[in-house]
Write a protein of this length. Structure first.
Length: 349
């Protein structure tokens, strides 16, 4: 019997629609002979929609998105500094609202250096790690405010929220993932300075470690972790960290493993209460939008994460292998859709 998966597609702004088109092509190609059918529903959300209607994410949008099994998103946001978007707050009002409402407490960001990928590292093969970034807490929750604004005594507070419940569930996920990989887990924080939250992260990691004697655990301060990500990235298997550190580390991780055009991510609700969302790490890249210059690989690798999440590991591996083979053979510049087509040709080979 055929299985139907309802998929919400949010192409978004800038290069978002260009890369999502290629991701959808790959999804269609890899599942064409399988017994899974994707019922896709497209949602117009982002800076473009805001400029047209004044809406960022309505309750009706949220309800309609929630009715799906999973979500793919291109990128949302306009040109930074565009005065027309001053009050839109796309990042908070759309992206973070989705992640928080859908309880995406695992932000999964794999980094693998493929043979032939551009970047500062020359020895491919052994750089293969995953950052498990906490997705619903930290300084991103919007717990704060400003007073005496515009005066010399202006005060701005942005409080980092860390709960034992929130840390424990993401730490458990990271340990289980490490157990299925190379059994190594690195906690990244700044426990020497952020003693309250860092102390709690460290304590919970120590506690959960008792249940996973197979996993070797170590700890790095976030500043030291940035050094090792550049000088010795093969030392990492699974990194678990908070929302802010994970955001910053994963851009760096992307840059050292072939560039932001290759970095995929999943915003995951492991409990399955809400649909998980898969998206490239990059943004809407207004500087190259509409020119077919964007690399759709990150969006296509996000499809591999989606397929794995949906319990279709064979299809997921086929997408990853096709991307791997394509990267190894790339030379010269290509358009966005030429890259999508080249990956599909590898799938069909
Ligand atoms: P960005 O990731 O959009 O662009 C940074 C640089 O990387 C640019 O030079 C861009 O051309 C390049 N780049 C990005 N993706 C690429 C790709 N697939 N192929 C080739 N080059 C690529 O980050 P930026 O400029 O900080 O943000 C632009 C907009 O995107 C802003 O409105 C921002 O808020 C939004 N944004 C949205 C995200 C999302 O939807 N998840 C994530 C990050 C930013
Ligand atoms: Mg980021």
């Amino acid at each position: 019997m055929s299985r139907v998966v309802k998929l919400a597609v949010i192409p978004g702004d800038g290069i978002g629609p260009e890369v999502v088109t290629e991701a959808e092509k790959v999804l269609d190609a890899v599942t064409i002979h399988s017994d899974v059918t994707f019922e896709k529903k497209h949602f117009s959300l982002g800076a473009g929609r805001y400029l047209e209607t004044g809406d960022t994410l309505t309750d009706d949008d949220l309800a309609a998105i929630c009715a799906n099994d999973a979500i793919i998103l291109g990128a949302v946001g306009g040109t930074p500094g565009d005065p027309r978007l001053k009050d839109a707050n796309i990042e908070r009002g759309l992206l973070l609202k989705l992640r928080f409402t859908l309880d995406h407490y695992v932000n999964l960001r794999p980094s693998k250096l493929y043979a032939g990928a551009p970047g500062p590292l020359s020895a491919p093969g052994d750089v293969d790690f995953v950052v498990v970034r906490e997705g619903t807490e930290g300084p991103y929750v919007g717990n704060g405010g400003a007073i005496r604004v515009g005066t010399p005594h202006e005060v701005a507070n942005e409080t980092s929220v860390n709960t034992a419940y929130g840390i424990e569930r993401v730490v458990r996920y990271a340990f289980e993932l490490a157990g299925r990989r190379r059994q190594k887990l690195t906690l990244v924080h700044k426990t020497n300075v952020l003693v309250h939250s860092g102390g709690m992260w460290q304590r919970i990691v120590n506690e959960v470690a008792q249940e996973h004697p197979d996993v070797v655990v170590d700890y790095l301060h976030v500043d030291a972790a940035t050094i090792f990500l550049v000088t010795n990235p093969s030392r990492f298997d699974v990194i678990v960290t908070d929302n802010l550190f994970g955001d910053i580390l994963t851009d760096l991780a992307g840059a050292v493993t072939g560039g932001i055009g290759l970095a995929a991510s999943g915003n995951i609700n492991p409990d399955g209460t809400f649909p998980s969302m898969f998206e490239p790490v990059h943004g809407s890249a207004p500087d190259i939008a509409g020119q077919q210059k964007a690399d759709p690989t990150a969006a296509i690798l996000s499809i591999a994460l989606l397929l794995d999440h949906l319990g279709l590991p064979e299809e997921s591996i086929r997408v990853t292998r096709a991307v791997e083979a394509d990267i190894a053979a790339r030379d010269g510049s290509r358009t966005t859709s030429q890259t999508g087509d080249a990956i599909i040709a590898r799938l069909q080979a």
